[in-house]
Structures are given as structure tokens and as C-alpha cells.
Design a protein around this ligand. Structure first.
Ligand code: URA
Length: 443
């Protein structure tokens, strides 16, 4: 295999064979191809795309780079959800314990931050002691006991994606339908699921900002799942503003805990319940979304979902005391309120700028080796369409120290626009299954 020729082939818009992809993935995962050559190949894919045959071969090779989980004898359906990535998207933190406490096994396998978006694994690791690197055996044992594990990719599960994901994060090759699809579906299919629910983000803070491309991404992933025997569906949800109020690792864990206590922001709870209802229906434990939603709401109001989260935290090495006292999470060294500079209507809260702001404050990675500061971020208390008066507190900056405050303030100045009009786009705009695309009236 002559790597430069394969890169040139792809660069010139020609398809590689299934065999080429299998060998490339195997060789890269085994450390036989350097990052710089795979970076060039990823960039060629970014610009040239992939044929359906290439995408299938890449996905299969990524699954085959590791082992697959098996759930024989578990006695519970096994379902997961995955998001294409957003800002303030802490849904997984609430959803996994909620769904697990309704009798469905959730081996929630998530990623780290990617580009301007935050990753569930980084958020969980802001809980002191929380261990996300469980082995497959540990994961299975925990799911048997608690119904839920919240893990990163172990070296055993789709290790090719683990390497490629980290490389894409720092080489400008994230926003590609085939690369996102292969990344998400390889790890999800290796989980051996009975069903998968996808949260496909759309809007300026999503990797696919245009609705048509978001729908294409959803359909590509659904096709990959269905052909491989995993019932897969998607909801298309808004990412033209951050989800919820908190953006940043510990801040989002705190907001997730608030949500599991029944006090989360309405948009966060709406997306979480909608995805959770799809998971319960897909798992076959509820016949329809309405019943599933009631059951999920009860899991929160009864305290069962919160208790399940506590058991997960304890099982994975963290202290469940964080649920009673989120103040034990590491805290920012400096906090400052940001105020509206005029009367008017919020016309935009730009998630991409917020995500970049977190990066600038030290909460993201610029290179694969970077360590992140979990304490930094923003709390945004307005949404597009909200009326504000000059001087109203509309956001807060959380920085490592005083030096970070102007950096955060500068990000907010660009991210939050106030004008004479503004409105909220629908929160959940489409439901997509193998049967087709259904626009949803409810927003
Ligand atoms: N989430 C993933 O797991 N992979 C991507 O490429 C994008 C979002």
C-alpha cells in the first residue's frame, strides 16, 4: 500500500476500494501510518466526499478495528443516543440515567470535545475521580447492576475512531458528512445495540449548519445503522443558539444535576424528554411517545433518575455527594456578570462563538495533547426573541482567573446580538426514520 498514491487518488476525486479503506484503517490504528499522512487523506475526504461503498467500507473497517459488545442474557433491551455535537449540549448526562431508570440498558459511549463543541466525556471527567475508561467487562458488569454506564471509547471499541476523532479535532476535518457518519456509527454499532436515537443538530453552531445537510447527515447515519441490523432514527434539533443556559464542563454538569432534580431549563428538558421518549419506544418498553414521556417525567419527579446518576458516579469512581453539593466540583477563579448594553430584543446567541470562547478561556483543545480547564465557560440567561433592558444581567463569564474575564466578555460581545427583532426557530424540527422525513409542527 503506497500511502502517497492513495492520498493523491482521493485528492483527485477518485474512490478508494473497500480493501484500501480496510488496510488504511488497520495500519493507522496499529501505528504504521503517521498522523500527517492520515491528516492529508482526511482533508481529501473533506473536499471530495465518499461514495456510499467507500463510506460502508470505512465504517466497517472502523468497527472491525476493535471488539463489539455483547449483551446476551442481559434481559433488558439495550439502546443508546448520540448527538452530532453542539454547544451547551449536556443531554447525555441526564438522558442516560433517566432512560436506565425506566428499565432500558444504556451503555452511553461518548466522545471528547470536538472543534468548538463540548464532549460528554470531558464533562464527566470534571467530576473528581470519575473514570470514563471502563473496559468492556467492567461496562457489562455495571450495566447489569445499574442499567447504565457512561464511558469513553475504550481501546477495545472502535479504536480507529478514537485516533481519527482526536486528529480531526485539530486538523480542520470535522465538518464532513461521511467522516461524522463513520465516526458516530462505528462506535455505536460496536456497542451491539437494539436501537439507536440520533440527535442531529442544525444551525450555525452545528457541524452541518444548513437544514438540508443536517437531514442528509441523519439519513446517511440511519442507512448505515439499518443495513447493519440496528434500528436507527433521528430528531433534528436547533443549534442556532446554545442548549440550556450553561456552556462549559463543570457548569454543564451542575445544570444536568439541576435537570435531574426537575429544575432544568425548558429547552434542555424538552430535547431530553423527546429523545428519551424515542428511546423507550424503540426499546419496546412503551407503545408510544406520550406514555414514554410520562414515564420519563416520573423518573425525574420520583428522584429515581437522580439516584441512578448517583450510582453511576459512585461505580465509576466519583463521589455521589456532588449531587447534593455541586460546589465540590472544581470552580472558576473569577466570575463576572455581562449586561445588556441597550434596550431591545435578543436577535442572536451565536453558539459557535460561545464554543470558541470556551476554547479561548482554556476549556478546549488546540492540539491532541492539550489539557482542558473544566471550570471555565459561560452561563447565558437569554435566548433569541427575549426582551431586555439596558443594564439587565444576561450572561456570566467563568474564567480561571481575572485575566480571562476580558476574553470571555469579548466573546459575549460578538455572540449576543441585541436589535429590534428576533425569534426562536423550532427546537425540534424534524423526525427522521428509515421510512422518511417528518416535519414536526411543534417548536
Ligand atoms: N460526534 C462523533 O462522535 N463524531 C463526530 O465526527 C462528530 C460528532
Amino acid at each position: 500500500m503506497v500511502i502517497p498514491s492513495l492520498i493523491q487518488h482521493k485528492r483527485d476525486g477518485r474512490a478508494l476500494t473497500a480493501d484500501n479503506w480496510a488496510q488504511l484503517v488497520w495500519a493507522y490504528t496499529s501505528g504504521k501510518i503517521p498522523d500527517y499522512q492520515i491528516s492529508a487523506l482526511l482533508m481529501a475526504v473533506f473536499f471530495r466526499g465518499m461514495s456510499p461503498e467507500e463510506l460502508a467500507a470505512l465504517t466497517d473497517a472502523m468497527i472491525a478495528s476493535g471488539d463489539s459488545m455483547e449483551w446476551d442474557g442481559l434481559g433488558m433491551p439495550v439502546v443508546d443516543k448520540h448527538s452530532t455535537g453542539g454547544v451547551g449540549d449536556k443531554v447525555s448526562l441526564l438522558l442516560a440515567p433517566m432512560v436506565a431508570s425506566c428499565g432500558v440498558a444504556v451503555p452511553m459511549m461518548s466522545g471528547r470535545g470536538l472543534g468548538h463543541t463540548g464532549g460528554t466525556i470531558d464533562k464527566l471527567e470534571s467530576i473528581p475521580g470519575f473514570r470514563t475508561g471502563l473496559t468492556m467487562r467492567e461496562t457489562r458488569a455495571q450495566v447489569e447492576r445499574i442499567g447504565c454506564a457512561m464511558i469513553g471509547q475504550t481501546p477495545q471499541i472502535a479504536p480507529a475512531d478514537r485516533k481519527l476523532y482526536a486528529l480531526r479535532d485539530v486538523t480542520g476535518t470535522v465538518e464532513s458528512i461521511p467522516l461524522i457518519s463513520a465516526s458516530i456509527m462505528s462506535k455505536k454499532l460496536a456497542e451491539g445495540l437494539d436501537g439507536l436515537v440520533l440527535d442531529v443538530k442544525t444551525g450555525s453552531g452545528a457541524f452541518m449548519p444548513e437544514l438540508e445537510r443536517s437531514i442528509e447527515l441523519a439519513r446517511t447515519m440511519i442507512a448505515l445503522g439499518e443495513v447493519r441490523g440496528c434500528p436507527t432514527m433521528a430528531l433534528v434539533t436547533a443549534m442556532d443558539r446554545p442548549l440550556g443556559r450553561a456552556c462549559g464542563h463543570t457548569l454543564e454538569v451542575e445544570e444536568a444535576i439541576e435537570g435531574l432534580r426537575g429544575g432544568g431549563p425548558p429547552d434542555l428538558m424538552e430535547v431530553t424528554y423527546a429523545l428519551g421518549a424515542e428511546m423507550l419506544v424503540q426499546a419496546g418498553v412503551e407503545p408510544d411517545q406520550a406514555g414514554a414521556r410520562t414515564r420519563l417525567e416520573e423518573s425525574v419527579s420520583s428522584g429515581r433518575a437522580l439516584e441512578t446518576f448517583g450510582r453511576v458516579i459512585e461505580a465509576q469512581g466519583g463521589s455521589p455527594a456532588v449531587l447534593e453539593d455541586p460546589g465540590i466540583l472544581p470552580q472558576a477563579g473569577a466570575v463576572e456578570v455581562y449586561r445588556a448594553w441597550r434596550d431591545g430584543i435578543v436577535s442572536g446567541v451565536e453558539p459557535h462563538r460561545i464554543g470558541r470562547g470556551i476554547l479561548e478561556l482554556g476549556g478546549g483543545r488546540r492540539t491532541v495533547e492539550d489539557h482542558i480547564d473544566p471550570t471555565v465557560g459561560f452561563v447565558l440567561t437569554v435566548k433569541p426573541g427575549d426582551k431586555v433592558r439596558r443594564g439587565d444581567p444576561i450572561a456570566s463569564v467563568f474564567a480561571r482567573d481575572e485575566a480571562g474575564i476580558p476574553i470571555g466578555m469579548a466573546a459575549l460581545e460578538v455572540a449576543i446580538t441585541i436589535g429590534d427583532s428576533g425569534k426562536l426557530t423550532p427546537l425540534i424540527s424534524h423526525r427522521i426514520t428509515a421510512a422518511g422525513v417528518e416535519p414536526l409542527a411543534a417548536g
